[in-house]
Design a protein around this ligand. Structure first.
Ligand code: MLC
Ligand code: AMP
Length: 513
């Protein structure tokens, strides 16, 4: 096994540790379950064999809407091992959202929670998905039954090109429809190696995993970096600040979205003593307020390391492991990653510090494009490989990047991206609604809170409660507006475009208590 294998084949990590240190712990849970690297190597083979018997071959999509569990990790590893394309779906997504994903990615098999089988089975069948299997939060279900069958062949393994697809992650867009970012084996492998090196991961690390497994932060930045370094995961079902605090003495690394840190700071027990065993706190997926950064340092002595990533590019930049970690900055490009800024108006390259431009990214981390959407692929990735991030940034004199805004109309609530266009289309289709504008407003816990400003049709009666109730059945809960304000009209500029900046200013204090 060479370093080159590690940078191109993500499953090679598990094989290497399973051979060199088979008994080393890969994953542990709070309920005392534990899997060594040898266990996970053997089990991922059985699970890959189960997928094979469901008709899955290398290159086929496996869509999974499951709760967070060690078996959900195993399912992902089984896909990596056999070369299937893993398509995770947020369990908060509603049946109509799932229906869209299944139609779009056309998986060979859909894995659903046992309780959803009756609803999603027909939806999968209508999307021409030939097989449905179940996976419960406790790991049970028809998929585990197949894997545990003595006929299963644990030797399944595909050796594929680094350009082969490993996963499709759906990310919504400014046009409203979710698009599947195609991530290759090389994307995953190179990025995890870059993070393991930059953050000095070793076999002695234990990462407390409290993030969801269906986003690139929790699955790739966290799980893959642990795997690439032969380290250990302590897997929590979900983020719970008190639980995280209690287990800090057993771990060395925590990765989280800013809301994790805001909530941890509310606990009096967060201090130098309780965090003494941890060597690294990482934040990403949304802006970390400089104030939270400083408060965390005052209370614990730890300087949070902020980094910047995207579904389409995995991780791009990081503050240094050794050296100044600047509040409000996301650091310098990771090894192998290039970042440039272009003037948003003229497209000219910006080569001076302190000037703001559109961030573009190039490197082995950039995805292969959007699933079955050539148009979107061409419009977002230039022929020479530069990816248009939709974020605006500037470099300081030391070469640290700062994210100063977004060219794309998007907001981030608790680390989840919400695209206003998708919500506005849903709201505008409701009876009695003339038009709407969705914005993010400052929120102490979530960073930004989804807020809808709605204009009613003349003589129509609409209320905040009726709109929220109607959206709850259509959209994942985190997308449903916290507040809906019904107003007589929306402010527009001379071109007729809704002035969202004015709406944001006008309602800036809505969530202040
Ligand atoms: C939960 N709710 C949210 C929400 N999360 N609402 C808005 N925004 C969110 N992020 C809803 C719940 O359904 C619930 O609704 C209510 O809010 C209260 O929930 P809670 O118990 O307070 O929230 P909790 O479940 O604790 O979740 C908060 C959270 C979670 C921050 C722990 O959102 C989370 O794990 N976020 C991480 C997202 C993430 O992994 N992003 C990475 C994207 S990858 P009700 O109706 O029941 O009251 C990426 C690239 C990169 O961006 O750079 O990493
Ligand atoms: P997603 O599409 O869910 O992967 O979200 C990616 C977006 O999250 C980026 O384009 C940024 O807008 C934002 N993001 C990620 N990390 C950071 C960060 N550290 N600071 C500010 N924004 C971030």
């Amino acid at each position: 096994m060479t370093t080159e294998d590690f940078r191109s084949d993500p499953y090679a990590w598990i094989e290497a540790t399973a051979r060199q240190a088979p008994e080393r712990a890969f994953l542990a849970t709070l309920s005392g379950r534990r899997w060594s690297y040898a266990d996970v190597h053997r089990l991922s083979g059985s699970w890959a064999s189960a997928l094979q018997r469901l008709g899955v071959s290398a290159g086929d999509r496996v869509a999974a809407q499951s709760d967070k569990s060690p078996e959900a990790v195993l399912l992902y590893l089984a896909c990596l091992r056999m070369g299937a394309v893993y398509v995770p779906i947020n369990p908060a997504n509603t049946a109509s959202e799932v229906s869209y994903f299944l139609q779009d990615c056309a998986p060979r098999v859909a894995i659903v929670r046992p309780a959803d089988a009756a609803t999603l089975g027909p939806i999968a069948a209508a999307a021409d998905v030939s097989q449905t299997a179940t996976l419960g939060a406790d790991g049970s279900g028809t998929l585990a039954d197949l894997a545990n069958n003595p006929a299963s062949d644990p030797g399944v393994r595909a050796h594929l090109d680094p350009g082969a697809l490993a996963a499709i992650f759906y990310t919504s867009g400014t046009t409203g429809r979710a698009k599947g970012a195609m991530l290759t084996r090389g994307n995953l492998a190179s990025n995890a190696c870059a993070l393991a090196t930059t953050w000095k991961f070793s076999v002695n690390d234990v990462l407390l995993h409290a993030l969801p497994l269906f986003h690139v932060h929790g699955l790739f930045a966290a799980v893959n970096t642990v795997l690439a370094s032969g380290a250990t995961l302590l897997l929590l079902d979900a983020f719970d600040a008190s639980l995280v605090l209690r287990h800090l003495p057993e771990i060395t690394v925590l990765m989280g979205v800013p809301t994790f840190y805001t909530r941890l700071l509310q606990l009096p027990g967060l201090d130098r003593h309780s965090t003494a065993h941890v060597r690294l706190f990482v934040s990403g997926s949304a802006p970390l307020l400089a104030q939270v950064h400083r408060e965390f340092e005052e209370r614990t002595g730890h300087v949070i390391l902020e980094r910047y990533g995207m579904t389409e590019t995995l991780m791009n930049t990081s503050n240094p492991y050794e050296g100044a970690r600047l509040p409000g900055f996301v650091g310098t490009p990771l090894p192998g990653v290039e970042i440039r800024l272009l003037d948003a108006q003229t497209g000219a390259l910006i080569d001076q510090p302190d000037q703001t431009g559109a961030i573009e990214i190039r490197g082995p981390n950039v995805c292969a494009g959007y699933w079955r959407d050539r148009q979107k692929t061409i419009s977002e990735i230039r022929p020479d490989g530069w990816f248009k991030s939709g974020d605006l940034g500037r470099f300081n004199r030391e070469g640290y990047l700062q994210i100063v805004g977004r060219a794309k109309d998007m907001l981030i609530t608790g680390g989840y991206n919400v695209y206003p266009k998708e919500l506005e289309q849903e709201i505008d289709s409701l009876a009695g609604v003339l038009e709407s504008a969705v914005i993010g407003l400052p929120h102490r816990d979530l960073g930004e809170a989804v807020t809808a400003i709605v204009v009613a049709n003349p003589d129509a009666m609409i209320s905040e409660a009726s709109i929220i109730a109607a959206l709850q059945v259509r959209l994942a809960r985190y997308k449903v507006p916290r507040r809906v304000l019904v107003v007589p009209e929306l402010p527009r500029n001379t071109m007729g475009k809704v002035q969202k900046n004015l709406l944001r200013e006008r309602h800036a204090a809505l969530y202040e208590t």
